[in-house]
Design a binder for this molecule. Structure first.
Ligand SMILES: O=C(O)C(=O)Cc1ccccc1
Length: 283
């Protein structure tokens, strides 16, 4: 059966899909929500989707789509370095609009603003190349120069070198990582919205020796409550079972949205990634 990915050919997701599922029948789709829905209803075997990146953080549409499923989860992942080129139909383009996937536009904000023209979101970087019109500049992967009839007008247009995107395979099969340790992403709905509820949920994780690496609150539609996505690292089978037990005791709803095993991101610019506003509070 097929593996879906955010297409068309030449997206960063396509590169990740080839690495994660070599030789698979890859099917180009238009959004990660569509891809995840097709996995959930059994129309395709799996889907490759972006889950996190070093510039924008967790990819919310992916996790929100997973929250809308009951049987699907992330079962494998990889880290892909991303670098962007700018393309037009001809080398002498006078730019009128710059087009790309919102992540690409965000990661190339300085170049986009240097063009001094409006930007427009495309469903993917490669789609921006595939549908390029006169006066448009597309931002996409270097491989798009070989796949589409475009002229390269600038290379390495990202704001900071070393950006990495983490991609995952969504599947209905409950495949466990083959590594010793991994990160489990729990979706946790605390039993009460009251002082100390979140602390009560999280404190036992520390006693188990699990590291809460990231926490993301997503609004629970139709209420004032939040569901918390907990990225808990350093887990193995036993620790994950203990973490599940301790969370279950404090939650009215709990699920595993995925397990991530690829090596953790290294901060590309070292300490320079810290915003000046967060200058050290102690000298
Ligand atoms: O549009 C693409 O090529 C994608 O795969 C999504 C994306 C965009 C920018 C950085 C990483 C992933």
């Amino acid at each position: 059966m097929a593996i879906g990915y955010l297409g068309p050919e030449g997206t960063f997701t396509h590169a990740a899909a080839r690495e994660l599922r070599p030789g698979a029948d890859l099917v180009a789709l238009t959004t990660q929500a569509q891809a995840i829905a097709l996995v959930e209803d059994g129309s395709i075997e799996g889907a490759v989707v972006p889950v996190d990146n070093t510039v924008n953080g967790v990819v919310l549409p992916t996790w929100d789509a997973l929250l809308g499923t009951t049987a699907s989860r992330i079962v494998a992942d990889t880290l892909v370095p991303v670098t962007f080129n700018a393309y037009a139909l001809t080398g002498d383009v006078v730019p009128e609009v710059v087009v790309s996937h919102p992540h690409a536009l965000a990661q190339c904000a300085r170049y986009v603003s240097s063009l001094g023209v409006p930007s427009r979101a495309a469903s993917s970087t490669a789609e921006a190349c595939a549908s390029l019109a006169p006066g448009e500049v597309a931002i996409a992967a270097p491989v798009c120069a070989e796949l589409y009839p475009v002229a390269t007008i600038a290379t390495k247009v990202e704001d900071g070198a070393g950006a990495i995107t983490q991609f995952g395979v969504v599947s209905r099969d409950d495949v466990r990582p083959t590594t010793d340790r991994w990160t489990t992403v729990f979706a946790a709905l605390p039993e009460r919205n009251a002082p100390g509820s979140l602390a009560a949920l999280l404190t036992p994780l520390a006693s188990l020796g699990c590291n809460l690496e990231n926490i993301v609150a997503r609004p629970l539609r139709g209420s004032v409550d939040y569901v918390f996505l907990l990225f808990v690292t350093d887990l193995d089978q036993d620790r994950e079972a203990s973490a599940l037990d301790s969370l279950r005791a404090q939650c009215s709803g709990l699920s595993v949205l995925g397990r991530l095993a690829a090596a953790k991101h290294s901060r590309p610019d070292g300490a320079s990634g810290i915003p000046a506003r967060l200058a050290p509070v102690r000298s």
